[in-house]
Design a protein around this ligand. Structure first.
Ligand SMILES: *Cc1c(COP(=O)(O)O)cnc(C)c1O
Length: 405
């Protein structure tokens, strides 16, 4: 396969200072896992933390867990642990609910900060749940106009003084295109609007600097590159400069200033706590806590550089098989404009993904014609990428995937 040999890759793995991190994960034998951008694998610490949460905290502690095991504080303490991964201050992140629900909360909070503005701008390439949630927020807040435009260029072009907020997904879930966060946020602010970013495919995948980019709100998943487990609670970010004026719509007792006052009238807690709603999934928090411990001692710059090197290797290995119009790179070729997955376009993408899985390579299919291969440098090796590319190349060469599924 071109110039790179499997033994070149093995040598790179042997010299990789991050190579030991792979041992932190349970990875089933015989599988090359290129779908960690959909559901990260199980970190051993997460399994241990869940066992403790069940046996010790719940089993032995019973109701005392809320205080003695700090269950009550987890949304805030886990948020503080996550903050360095997104370039936020420790008091700017809360772990709660799902990305979908958090999108709704920040959308309405943003609209309430701009009550005189009648429009929202978002991207048609956005993950659908974002569009649904924004549409519903717009309807509830008085039939606002939702401008659904194409990409960051479209968003910037649709800005004017009537816009309350922009909402974009930072790394396109299909193509991995990385949007220019600083530029779009700045353009949004120039018309007096607020910027919301969805970081589902960014956190744990690419460098993030929310405070440096002056972002207003962000949301994201913890079950993708962060490996928090299926359905793991999501996070949300609000810049601290906004906290005092915020009013989010889902006002449950966990976000009350005095939840155990059991008062009939709502009064929001200070800071990010006000974004909490009802009782959270404590066992899932335990898994997330274990998974975040893995991140704590990782040199992020080195990790993201390794991720780019793995993606580049994958592209270099499959590039010779590209046929214009038949099999192509759907991701940007420039690694600085790409997130951490590689999207390949093939008319038989669906059957290609199935055939790869039969050879132990797990990726995924996205409508209509995308093979998505997630590159997670915490646990993937250069040889894994080489083997996956080899499987893909031999499938293409033998015509296994000639007909669309
Ligand atoms: C995965 C993903 C979500 C998922 O939202 P959930 O509420 O966790 O199901 C949201 N937005 C984007 C961009 C995603 O990629």
């Amino acid at each position: 396969m071109l110039g790179v040999t499997r033994s070149d890759c093995a040598a790179r793995d042997a010299a990789d200072p991050l190579g030991h991190l792979r041992d932190q994960f349970h990875l089933p034998p015989g599988v090359i896992y290129l779908d960690g951008n959909s559901l990260g694998p199980l970190p051993r610490r997460a399994a241990a933390r869940v066992r403790d949460a069940l046996q010790l905290e719940w089993g032995d502690g019973l109701i005392r867990g809320w205080v003695e095991a700090n269950w009550w504080d987890k949304p805030v303490t886990l948020g503080a642990r996550l903050a360095p991964l997104i370039g936020a201050g420790p008091g700017e992140v809360l772990v709660a609910d799902s990305t979908s629900i958090n999108t709704f909360k920040v959308a309405v909070a943003a609209l309430r900060l701009r009550p005189d503005r009648r429009a929202i701008v978002t991207d048609r390439n956005n993950f659908p749940t974002d569009l649904y949630m924004i549409g519903s927020a717009a309807e509830l807040c008085g039939q606002l106009e939702v401008r659904v435009v194409d990409g960051p260029e479209g968003v910037v072009g649709a800005l004017d003084g009537s816009v309350a907020f922009t909402e974009l997904t930072h790394v396109d879930y299909r193509t991995a295109r990385l949007y220019p966060m600083a530029e779009v946020t700045q353009a949004t602010h120039e018309v007096g609007a607020l910027a919301i970013w969805d970081l589902a495919h960014s956190v744990g995948a690419v460098p993030l600097a929310l405070d440096a980019c002056d972002v207003d709100f962000a949301v994201g998943c913890t079950y993708k590159y962060l490996n928090g487990g299926p359905g793991a609670p999501a996070f949300l970010f609000a810049a601290s400069r906004l906290h005092d004026a915020l009013r989010q719509p889902l006002v449950g007792w966990h976000g009350h200033a005095r939840p155990f006052g059991f008062e009939p009238a709502y009064e929001a807690a200070a800071g990010m706590r006000q974004f909490a709603c009802g009782s959270p999934p404590i066992v899932s928090f335990a898994a997330l806590e274990g998974s975040l411990e893995v991140w704590e001692h990782v040199d992020l710059d080195a990790l993201f550089a390794k991720g780019r090197a793995l993606s580049e290797l994958l592209i270099e290995c499959v590039e010779p098989s590209f046929v214009p119009g038949e099999f192509e790179l759907a991701s940007p070729r420039d690694p600085l404009q790409r997130g951490s997955h590689v999207a390949l376009r093939h008319r038989a993408a669906r059957s290609l993904v199935v055939a790869l899985e039969e050879r132990g390579v797990l990726g995924d299919f996205r409508e209509p014609d995308i093979v998505r291969l997630g590159i997670a440098p915490l646990y993937l090796r250069f040889v894994d990428i080489w083997d996956a590319a080899d499987a893909l190349r031999s499938l293409l060469a033998t015509g296994v995937v000639d007909s669309p599924a």
